[in-house]
Design a protein around this ligand. Structure first.
Ligand code: EPU
Length: 436
């Protein structure tokens, strides 16, 4: 398979596609299976690269992983775990950010963990200080080896009282996956409560965990001695839904997304409507379309749940280049998530980046030299260009820009998009895109 795609743009995307389980839940649920003393079954699993990476890591630890692409079912047998070879673990360095979440489950099941150096998208510094602080508080000893992190827990893991300085998704998951089998009670204040985290809590509850979430975003976990496997159907990938919906808007198209769930899309749907897009929530999905006429420029700020999620920002910004007036976007989750706009500017968009916070939401990046606010002036016709994909969501956004632009673009490095968008080449063709 080649790593670039030629896009003959200017054709509205029209048709129907299906979106399956959320990348940012499925990978974590697979890790959760490590905690169970009996096998687990996860349903609605998409065929994406992150699932392959986690499958490999689980296999290296002696787990049985049996995935059917057609049914979307993955069976995980973690009854016979064993420590993995550090050199083999190291071959997964840079492939994903999920491995850091294996720490707690492996410490509980095997008494030790070796974690490769992490990958993931370069959209900011993406440190792991919150994760390490949590693990050390639980009683883990952490050493940095040449091949990654080595962790042990000589005295076992004991519940903690912890407050996050920022409601990090991964750190909240780290704490959950460690606390469920730790001795005693764990409390977390300022937790992230994204729908994917709620689905992880539901999964852990099926396994036998005792977890309560309060209205003030605090979580209490009562450690139990043993967990069993689960049978769970993953929630839909709301980032993928938002991405295709933005593609419908930017190309003046009409896309019905089977599997899309309104309950996870609330904030996106509000913004989509304000921009001037139309949607219709149906029995098994949502139809998104451009109703004709002008789109509206809007002010927008990304935030943790229940705010407008950062991963929706990049695809929507492409549609905002086609809206009439000045849109102002303040990114408050990552300090460096506007790099992808360079390519949009090269294609004719008018986007100015600012170091200042252009919005009233509390943000860690003001006065710190990060260009984390954008002013987009539209509508500007986009013209074709040769583009190199920078990261997962930025890459999909480039694809949208190429689809909206007049002329033939070449988008290179599209392998990155396979990390999180199932069968996107096939879906493009199904929607009538002229791509090779
Ligand atoms: N942060 C720290 N220290 C830490 C951890 C995070 O400073 O130890 C900071 C980050 O640098 C960032 C902020 O906290 O500025 C939020 O990061 P978070 O931990 O919430 O993100 P994550 O768990 O690494 C997940 C998703 C991201 C998504 C974010 C926010 C996965 C695998 N990734 O990342 O998804 O943007 O939550 O919702 O679940 C994507 O799918 O393309 C993607 C980047």
């Amino acid at each position: 398979m080649t790593d670039s795609i030629r896009v003959h743009g200017g054709v509205p995307l029209r048709g129907e596609i299906t979106v399956r389980g959320a990348k940012n839940f499925v990978s974590k649920a697979m890790v959760a299976a490590l905690l169970g003393s009996t096998p687990s079954t996860l349903r609605n699993v998409p065929d994406i690269r992150d699932v392959k990476v986690v499958s490999e890591l689980l296999r290296l630890h002696g787990a049985g992983v049996d995935y059917s692409v057609d049914s979307g079912e993955i069976r995980l047998d973690t009854t016979t775990l064993q420590s993995a070879d550090a050199l083999q673990i190291a071959t997964h360095a840079g492939s994903s950010r999920i491995p850091i979440l294996l720490c707690g489950p492996l410490l509980h099941r095997l008494g030790e963990a070796v974690i490769p150096d992490l990958g993931g998208c370069r959209i900011g510094d993406r440190p792991i200080n919150f994760h390490l602080e949590i693990l050390q508080k639980f009683g883990a000893e952490v050493e940095q080896g040449g091949d990654g992190l080595h962790l042990t827990a000589p005295n076992g893991l004991t519940g903690i009282a912890h407050t996050l300085s920022y409601p990090s998704v991964g750190a909240t998951e780290q704490l959950l996956l460690t606390a469920v089998l730790a001795k005693g009670i764990t409390t977390l204040d300022n937790a992230a409560v994204e729908p994917e985290i709620k689905d992880l809590i539901d999964t852990l509850q099926k396994m036998g965990a005792i977890i309560s979430v309060d209205t003030d975003r605090s979580i209490t976990i009562e450690g139990v001695k043993e967990l069993r496997g689960y049978d769970h159907t993953a929630l839909a990938d709301r980032i993928e839904v938002g991405s295709w919906a933005s593609a419908a808007l930017a190309t003046r198209g009409d896309i019905t997304i089977h599997g899309a769930q309104q309950r996870t899309m609330g904030m996106f749907l509000n913004v989509f409507r304000k921009v001037g897009g139309e949607f219709d929530v149906q029995q098994d999905g949502i139809r998104f379309w451009h109703p004709g006429g002008d789109l509206n420029a809007i002010p927008l700020q990304t935030d943790v749940h229940p705010g407008f999620m950062t991963d929706w920002q990049q695809p929507l910004v492409v549609a905002l280049t086609q809206a009439k007036g000045l849109s102002i976007v303040h990114e408050t989750v990552y300090e460096n998530r506007f790099g992808f706009t360079d390519a949009l500017v090269a294609m004719g968009a008018e986007v100015q980046l600012y170091r200042e916070c252009l919005g009233d939401k509390k943000c860690r990046f003001g006065q710190r030299n990060f260009r984390h606010s954008a002013v987009i002036s539209g509508p500007t016709p986009l013209h074709a260009a040769d583009i190199e994909v920078p990261d997962l969501r930025g890459g999909f956004s480039h694809l949208i820009a190429a689809l909206a632009a007049q002329g033939t673009s070449t988008v290179s490095g599209i392998g990155i998009i396979d990390r999180g968008y199932e069968a996107f080449r096939h879906k493009l063709t199904a929607l009538g895109a002229a791509v090779e």
